[in-house]
Write a protein that binds this ligand. Structure first.
Ligand code: PMP
Length: 365
């Protein structure tokens, strides 16, 4: 039976990539050992690392004045790294506060961490419409402080299933947690000061974290920042100040090559939109299932949905699993179901899910 894994992260990776990694697992490039058993400073690994960076630069069209950092620590590591680095970088300009936009669970968690390192002006943009739907204030309407060191936001909220694509008009550097939406559609990198993302959704295995940092936002050398979170140290050492997560970096490189072969992220955007529309259209037509996010802010990547009768939840998850549809149980904070449909999820996976949902509705509706 073909299985489709809807886990929010660590998420499924492209089958072709997994097969290639499997083939070269024991004896990589005739080295007589695995890529995870060689030095990060060896020539073959440095080539892998440099190619992965270049492929990512090509895919996202990253301008030359941005550093691409391959770091440890996940999204939460960046919740600390961002204020630690950016408050330092802005210290000369006496900018000691930052704007933090809250659009869901992860941007809220970033606030809780950021408070440790400076003054935050927190703006919760979540609302409920008269019809009881969840929505957010559009980025064009955010109240921003022109003297802030940076503005932090999370354009795709993995738990809440809320996504915005616009950005505010501001001269303040925009810092975006793109953990669950990076590479799902084209973006204009030059509009951001920092982009960061944990790898385990659209990039590769967990353990690797990307930070794309505009050069003028690198902190001063010898800043009081834990060395492994220091953007300048990472940049000055080609992300090899300490031993990087080499296997995850290698696998991310394979994913980037796969993305290029598929036609790049413009093609991914077409596919992602098609997959998301298929699922949302079916949910909207059905009286049995619902999604409570206003259409303009629905996530392409994470689709939470609810059964009208919550008592059927466990049976839905169990039967879905028997049909090869894995990890559909919703996040504990939201309940219901959640289908995460990142780049690696083929259209066929969403079609199979919708067929299963139809049949479940027919029998239990
Ligand atoms: N930000 C977002 C948007 C996320 O989805 C997650 C994890 N699901 C995190 C941050 C935290 O990432 P990590 O577990 O890698 O620290």
């Amino acid at each position: 039976m073909t299985t489709f894994n809807f886990c929010a992260g660590p998420a499924m990776l492209p089958t072709a990539v997994m097969q290639q990694a499997q083939q070269e697992f024991i004896n990589w490039q005739q080295q007589g050992c695995s890529v995870m058993e060689i030095s990060h400073r060896s020539k073959p690994f440095i080539k892998v690392a440099a190619e992965a960076e270049q492929d990512l630069r090509d895919l996202l069209q990253i301008p030359d004045n941005y550093k691409v950092l391959f770091m440890h620590g996940g999204g939460r590591g960046q919740f600390s790294a961002v204020p630690l680095n950016l408050f330092q970088a802005a210290a000369n300009a006496t900018k000691s506060s930052a704007d933090y936009i809250v659009s869901g669970a992860w941007s809220k968690a970033a606030v809780e961490e950021g408070h440790k390192y400076g003054k935050l002006n927190v703006q919760d943009i979540r609302h409920t419409t008269d019809a009881g739907l969840r929505t957010i204030t559009d980025p064009s309407q955010w109240q921003l402080n022109s003297n802030a060191a940076f503005v932090h936001c999370c354009p795709n909220e993995t738990v809440d299933g809320v996504e915005f694509t616009g950005l505010p008009q501001t001269d303040v550097p925009i810092v975006a947690d793109l953990s669950s939406t990076i590479l799902s559609r084209p973006i204009d990198v030059s509009r951001y000061g920092v982009i960061y993302a944990g790898a385990q959704k659209n990039i590769g295995p967990s353990g690797l974290t990307l930070a794309i940092v505009r050069e003028d936002l690198l902190p001063a050398a010898n800043a009081a920042i834990p060395a492994v979170l220091d953007y300048r140290l990472a940049a000055d050492n080609d992300s090899m100040f300490n031993t990087p997560p080499t296997f995850a970096w290698y696998l991310a490189g394979l994913v980037f090559k796969w993305l290029k072969q598929q036609g790049g992220i413009t093609e991914m955007a077409t596919r992602n939109q098609e997959k998301a529309s298929l699922l949302y259209d079916y949910i909207d037509k059905s009286d049995f299932y619902s999604n409570d996010v206003v259409k303009a802010y629905r996530s392409w990547m994470n689709v939470p949905f609810f059964l009208g009768d919550e008592r059927l939840n466990d049976m839905f998850v169990e039967q879905a699993q028997q049909h090869g549809l894995l990890a559909l149980k919703g996040h504990r904070m939201v309940g219901g179901m959640r289908a995460s449909i990142y780049n690696a999820m083929p259209l066929e996976g969403v079609q199979t899910l919708v067929s299963f949902m139809q049949e479940f509705e027919r029998v239990n509706g």
